[in-house]
Design a protein around this ligand. Sequence first.
Ligand code: AMP
Length: 397
Amino acid sequence: MRTIEHFNFDNKKALIRVDFNVPQDENFDVTDTSRIEAAKPTIIKVLEDGGSAVLMSHLGRPKGQRNDEMSLRHICKTVSDVLGVQVKFVPDCVGEAAEKAVAEMEMGEVILLENLRFHAEEEKGDENFAEQLSKLGDIYINDAFGTAHRAHASTTIVAKFFPERKCFGYLLAQEIEAIEKVMRTGEKPVLAILGGAKVSSKITIIENILDKVDHLIIGGGMTFTFVKAQGGKVGDSICEDDKMELALDILKQAKEKGVEVHIPVDVLAANAFANDADTKVVDVSQIPDGWQGLDAGPKTLENFKEVILKSRTILWNGPVGVFEIESFAKGTIAVGNYIDEATKNGAFSLVGGGDSVSAVKQFGFEHKVSYVSTGGGAMLESLEGKTLPGIAAIMQD
Ligand code: AMP
């Protein structure tokens, strides 16, 4: 893997694709700086080597139009504060202004270019636009995992103008390594915990992951499609009747591949989708009409605990209950605690893709697991076994 570690940036201008698509309040103040902090090690390495950094990012969805509300100008001060370096803002990402600013830049300096998506060519992956961007640096670094699944000009196409002068930043390299551990190099037994609402949104992941794991825990709303397919009564629980055959096929494939599948045996059922609903623990295949399973039950959690604690590599994608509602968050919190314990015992744990990251942050597990992925869609596509264009572009010459 060609990472930033293989380069020395002394007297070099690094063109760095970062993901500064940060949340802001109504005054445009950044409300969560984690994405900026995540890019910091890469930027600091360039500066400490004696180079300078040209940062490019998108923010929001301006759809090819200039829109002051989505200007990166608003976040420049926060970027300066996080990096501890005065960052200069340039009001365009290509053309004369950008080229002049880069030409005048001294080593040790950092420039932040205006929102890439003010130009429609960015998302189109336009080659001329990518070539213009490529004039703004000697070495190209991609450190934006969140957009690595997009073949945009700044994430993918620009790389072709840097033969042998391109690499992954620290963040992107870490993401790739974490996925590799789950998919290929991790210590066995390997466990995937897949939760969330629907089988249909996870099907490609499940099919891909069956070749990589020893154990598969299925939780959350997906459970009921599997239970009903096997003849159980799921009451008013979320269920995709048209995916029942698929569910049976997954179980068959798992058996053939020697993957042990762990499905809930009991659930916390409620008579309404509300925090103050009446609740009771019932057998997962005997949920009465008028009741819906909204969280994992106690026996299920015992079973999950046993599997999690004996696993050495753990992937967690998707909550095992409706964690947004306090009454149904306990199962997801328990799973987080078991993963914490497994991690303390030396297992490698990766949390990634969609809602599991917000659950992990909400309940304070962020620093208790080995790695939390920064890219929702990019992580999901990696787990589906797809080659991400932004990653492939750095690998090729
Ligand atoms: P996903 O984005 O596919 O990971 O799905 C996450 C969503 O699944 C969360 O919003 C949860 O509230 C929801 N979810 C988890 N368990 C259940 C359940 N038993 N019934 C309905 N929704 C669920």
